[in-house]
Design a protein around this ligand. Structure first.
Ligand code: ADP
Ligand code: MG
Length: 730
């Protein structure tokens, strides 16, 4: 498949020997270098992100049309793109059955049957001139059926020259009929025919020069095609392929491209992981000086899962290399106490601990929990809130730098440059999905290779965890503390509101508390605030006048929020009306009701987080998802998932499926790479394979210095850009 270098279509100076540098340059060729692509067309392509030849090569068809065979009209299959030849039997303007709309209809036949072709947008004169009765043409389009009538709307048409045969026609232009054709994503003013020409030229001229840098053994072991072959096949499938699997997970061409994409991601992660595991760290000793007294003071025993995970963490902490571990556990699974135990080990070893939380409220709550136990053990915790300014802040920074404070909790305020430690031994990041990978780095640089523990309550499906956090070891708390009654979740339509209020009143009278949550309205943050404030007003004045109701929202100052939360925790407030600020981690066991307004506007993972605010005590808890009238069929299906299961992992999978990975975590925040071809949902198996190969490669003692790895390393640098700190591998 690889063309010779003297092929005139290659840009000057390119030789296949000194890839990938030259290959790289070649792939960066602007689309304007292609025949027929002028500035105007280039601009249109630019609108959908296609600027270089590489962009074209790696933008695969959305789907394919099987135009290999002509079908007899009598045997056209419904729902398929079919190609058929026929003679025009009738042609003329008419109206839709109800007479509302004009359309142009052409009936064609080939002796085996007839079919009706319809245009709803057309120029009448032109149509009439073209579609003369008796003319022969080749047609292509998706066959639809309306009752007994088969139709094709806006078919592609190619007329035969007078006296021409279908056979001669077919042989003449392979870009129209007679083979499987790609269908590309389009933008306004770009026609499929034009797109095919552009892509064809890009593929013909440039794809053959793309060379797999992956070792032959890997390609063979995994049944992969070399990149150049895969690219050609993905754009222009051969005639003998299995049409149905084209573009699917099983399409060998696509699989090969996906593997290549995943491989370099995983190789980078494997290297980072290896690099970090080789860094010198602080080997801790587990002396139980503080952990044992704490265990004795706790009002409960740790669950088996908590103990197992704690064991994994302690094992890491004792090694002379820094820990990099992700602690995953559903809401309410008891991650905090595990983190506290880990923190105590660090403190036992005369080092300090930093805890970073995503919101002020959470930071404050962590601070209260940690300081409560630390004080009992004679240790000092401090809160570094974003609001802390001037002298008090300066004093705290000095105490941290002097090592007088054992543990500090805060938001990103902790990550600021002037925050220094005497000896930071352990950094804990809560709710990782809100943080980029960079935050981990910042924390890491505040100490001499401190241990890092990342905690997340978002049950990330395994494939995604591998891709996003592939450089971390994974611990999962897969068991809830005993004595929890599963939360009952119900979908409530607007007309059920009064009944819901009756039920809530009953619960409130029994001394229970509840949350009412309003979604963030995207266009203006004000309006959700308004919605929440107004709703609280209405609840106060006309629905629950006998109970105390407060509002909590993101625009309140942190001490105001804190005051409200404290009063809610103390039971002075029965109903907390809030915007989504309560989403993560807030812990009030007596709150047993959660009402979510406009539930359909939330992602499932987010709803699961919200719901996790109740069901924290022994009482039966309820979650009511109020849906608006406008809630779509799909929306209902999603919400139903919430009613069907409390299992965060199942919910996460469903959410991921519905919303796609980028949306699920927020691609940029999560540090999730943009895949050009791969799809984390579908291609989990390939990811797994790529990961195995990548990990095996970094374990090779000859890696990366051996000559055979030179191109791999170059490609790796290329793909990761500046995001890979690979100083050690040169
Ligand atoms: P999350 O994993 O969501 O951060 P938390 O650490 O906030 O969960 O724990 C949720 C609740 O469960 C807290 O009230 C905590 O005190 C309690 N808890 C944690 N571990 C146990 C346990 N082993 N047995 C009983 N209750 C526990
Ligand atoms: Mg928590």
């Amino acid at each position: 498949m690889i063309r010779k270098t003297e092929d005139s279509s290659f840009p000057e100076g390119l030789s296949l020997q000194n890839q990938p540098a030259n290959l790289r340059a070649m792939l960066q060729t602007p689309v304007t270098a292609l025949a027929g692509v002028g500035p105007k067309l280039a601009e249109k392509l630019g609108k959908i992100g296609l600027e270089t030849v590489e962009d074209l090569l790696y933008t695969l068809p959305n789907r394919y049309e099987d135009r290999r065979e002509f079908r007899r009209i009598g045997r056209l299959r419904e729902g398929r793109y079919e190609v058929f030849g026929g003679e025009i039997l009738y042609s003329g303007e008419t109206t839709t059955r109800k007479g509302r709309r004009k359309l142009f209809e052409v009936v064609v036949g080939d002796g085996s049957g007839t079919i009706s072709l319809k245009w709803f947008h057309y120029r009448r004169q032109w149509q009439e001139k073209q579609f003369k009765v008796g003319r022969k043409a080749v047609f292509g389009g998706e066959v639809k059926r309306f009752g007994a009538v088969r139709e094709v709307h806006h078919p592609e048409v190619d007329f035969l020259p007078a006296g021409g045969s279908f056979e001669a026609y077919r042989a003449a232009d392979p870009l129209v009929f007679g083979r499987i054709l790609p269908v590309y994503p389009l933008t306004e003013g770009l026609h499929q025919k034009t797109a095919r020409k552009i892509w064809k030229e890009a593929v013909d001229r440039y794809a053959p020069a793309v060379r797999s840098v992956l070792p032959q053994e890997i390609l063979q072991r995994r049944g992969l095609q070399p990149l150049n072959e895969a690219l050609v096949a993905a754009h222009w499938p051969a005639d003998d392929v299995h049409y149905e699997s084209l573009g699917s997970v099983n399409d060998p061409a696509r699989r090969s491209l996906v593997f290549d994409e995943f491989f370099f991601l995983e190789l980078g992660l494997a290297l980072k992981r290896k690099g970090m595991s080789l860094e010198p760290g602080i080997p801790f000793q587990v002396e139980h000086r503080y952990t044992r007294p704490l265990a004795r003071m706790l009002p409960y025993r740790l669950t088996a899962a908590q103990r197992r995970v704690l064991g994994e963490i302690k094992h890491d902490l004792m090694r002379p290399h820094p820990m990099n571990r992700l602690l995953q556990g559903d809401v309410g699974s008891g991650k905090t106490i595990v983190a506290l135990m880990a923190a105590l080990v660090a403190i036992e070893n005369h080092t300090q601990v930093a805890i970073v939380a995503p919101t002020e409220i959470l930071a404050e709550q962590h601070y209260r929990q940690f300081s409560f136990w630390l004080e009992k053990l004679g240790l000092r915790a401090a809160l570094l809130s974003g609001g802390l300014k001037g002298r008090p802040r300066q004093e705290l920074l000095e105490q941290l730098a002097a090592g007088e404070v054992h543990l500090v909790v805060g938001t990103h305020a902790v990550l600021q440059e002037d925050v220094t430690f005497r000896c930071l031994g352990l950094g804990i990041i809560d709710e990782q999905h809100r943080f980029g990978v960079e935050q981990r780095q910042v924390l890491r640089r505040k100490g001499m290779h401190p241990h890092i523990l990342v905690m997340t309550a978002t049950p990330i499906p395994r494939t995604m965890a591998l891709a996003v956090f592939g450089d971390l070891d994974l611990s999962v708390i897969d068991e809830l503390p005993p004595g929890r009654t599963p939360i009952e979740t119900r979908l409530v339509a607007d007309r059920g509101r009064n009944e819901l209020y009756r039920f809530m009143r009953g619960q409130l009278q029994q001394g229970r508390q509840g949350y009412i949550v309003y979604p963030l309205v995207e266009e203006s943050e004000k309006s959700d605030l308004q919605a929440a404030t107004e709703a609280a007003e209405q609840l106060r004045s006309s629905i629950f006048p006998e109970f105390s109701i407060a509002v909590l929202h993101g625009r309140m100052k942190s001490d105001e929020k804190d005051a409200v939360m404290q009063r809610f925790k103390a039971g002075e407030i029965q109903l907390l009306v809030s915007t989504t600020v309560i989403e993560v981690g807030i812990d009030v066991p007596n709150a047993t009701m959660m009402v979510v307004e406009h539930a359909e506007r939330f992602g499932l993972a987010q709803l699961h987080q919200l719901r996790g605010r109740v069901g924290r005590g022994a009482g039966q808890s309820y979650c009511f998802l109020l849906r608006s009238q406008r809630c779509s069929e799909d929306g209902l299906k999603r919400l139903q998932v919430m009613c069907d299961t409390n299992d965060g992992f199942r919910i996460a999978e469903a959410d991921l499926e519905i919303r796609g990975p980028g949306d699920f975590l927020g691609t940029r925040q999560a540090g999730l790479p943009d895949f050009r071809i791969a799809n984390l949902l579908q291609d989990g198996r390939v990811l797994e394979e790529a990961r195995q190969e990548a990990m095996a490669m970094v374990e090779d003692p000859e890696f990366p210095s051996a000559d055979k790895y030179r191109e791999i390393i170059a490609t790796l640098h290329d793909r990761w850009g500046g995001r890979l700190e690979l100083a050690s591998i040169g």
